[in-house]
Design a protein around this ligand. Sequence first.
Ligand code: HEC
Length: 206
Amino acid sequence: MRYILLILGLAVASVMIVAGKRGDMSRKPPIEMWDDMDRQYKLRPQTSANLSPDGRSSRLPVEGTIARGQRFADVPENTGRKPGTTNYVDTIPVAVTPALIERGQERFNINCSPCHGKTGDGNGITKKIGAMPIVATLHDPRIVGLVDGEIFGVISYGKGLMSGYAANVPVEDRWAIVAYVRALQLARLGTADDVPAEHKADLLKK
Ligand code: HEC
């Protein structure tokens, strides 16, 4: 009996020497059959790293990314405003191409048409089902008269009953949508005089 107790005691002691007390805090990895991706090749913040040119693990933001809390560069493409002011830019600050307008059509139909309707007249599905009874028609002369930057601002931050869509619509797509909203407005407000002379005859064709 004494020997059995002795062997048991030794066994417990040797396990504890090797494995440590349960619940101990340790930076060292525990004994494990297979590594459940517990340890990874990553750098802890604010430590030194031989890998990087200046020996710091904390890197400047990777190109094309933005650190949390960091402000966007103050350029009209990002803000819709004239740099250093709160005034909205008058015209879209990116090149308006057929591809941009097409992208805008797609994004408008996804993000805006549920409320504003496919033509922008404010008769989307949300009005029919009574979820959003009053939706602005984008053909309202006041809204037609808004500068491009302000429409960008409405998409970004919302206005009145409409909430902002910054989380859903990336900056480039917001300009695409602005371009498409302008196309919708022109389609509604245009007159025969806007048709180029060489295409006037097409109007009379059936
Ligand atoms: C959930 C419904 C909803 C969606 C989706 C929506 N809007 Fe609106 N929008 C509204 C409502 C409601 C108003 C009227 C707000 C008010 O006057 O209180 C409005 C107003 C506007 C105005 C006029 C702002 C002004 O100066 O009065 C513009 C421009 C506009 N929306 C553009 C858009 C665009 C572009 C999208 C797509 C990115 C969009 N909206 C998506 C509901 C919506």
